[in-house]
Design a protein around this ligand. Structure first.
Ligand code: GSH
Length: 205
């Protein structure tokens, strides 16, 4: 059985959890409190030298890190990866974009406000600006297609929706990076297609 080391407060970790759930992969979840440095112990560093979660240990004992590498591996041969080569590459385009342009700004601002209790005025204005840019780009795409890659759900949605769903569930609309017009409707579609089970999962709170 796959072992997932994850922090329930982390979108990167929750996307691994939900891919496992969506594909009904048997797994065990090992809760890690990264705020307490649990991913930096000598023992954990043997699994992932970067000292970060998510990290998974596969059935054969090999470890794998980086959320998008993990979900890509777990979802191989599934309908979460488009069969068409171009569409699969478009999915990868979004996965790289998510790590480069969404996670460091949207998720980082959320983390500072929700978990560190910082007011908006304490956030780095440049990060906020880039967060808005990321949301605008998502809106633009989702105004054109139902999901990030055309009309079918893929890992591209899985990589970005976690923050959307979490804000929606926790009524965090007061956050400056609030979901805008298209964003919540896309989040609803993801719920509708059964991608996640609201309130049934760890971390939705
Ligand atoms: N790009 C990595 C980011 C991993 C990452 O930053 N993990 C955070 C939690 S979201 C972590 O483990 N932080 C604890 C630490 O760095 O000590 C991924 O997508 O998996």
């Amino acid at each position: 059985m796959i072992k997932v080391y994850g922090d329930s407060n982390s979108g990167n970790c929750l996307k691994v959890k939900w891919v496992c759930d969506r594909l009904a992969l048997p797994y065990s979840w090992v809760e890690m409190n990264t705020m307490k440095g649990e991913s930096r112990t000598p023992e954990f560093l043997k699994l992932n030298g970067a000292g970060q979660v998510p990290t998974v240990v596969l059935d054969d004992g090999r470890a794998l890190a980086q959320s998008n590498a993990i979900i890509r591996h777990l979802a191989r041969d599934s309908d979460l990866i488009p069969a068409d080569a171009y569409d699969a590459a478009k999915m990868d385009e979004w996965l790289f974009w998510e790590q480069n342009s969404h996670e460091p700004f949207v998720a980082a601002c959320r983390f500072q406000m929700v978990y560190l209790g910082k007011p908006v005025s304490d956030l780095d204005p440049e990060k906020l600006k880039r967060g808005y840019c990321a949301l605008a780009r998502m809106e633009h795409q989702l105004a054109t297609t139902r999901f990030f890659v055309g009309e079918r759900i893929s890992l591209a949605d899985g990589s970005t929706w976690v923050e959307a769903i979490r804000r929606r569930c926790r009524n965090e609309s007061a956050l400056p990076l609030h979901p805008t017009r298209v964003y919540p409707s896309w989040a609803s579609q993801i719920v509708e297609v059964g991608y996640i089970r609201l309130r049934s999962g760890r971390g939705l709170g």
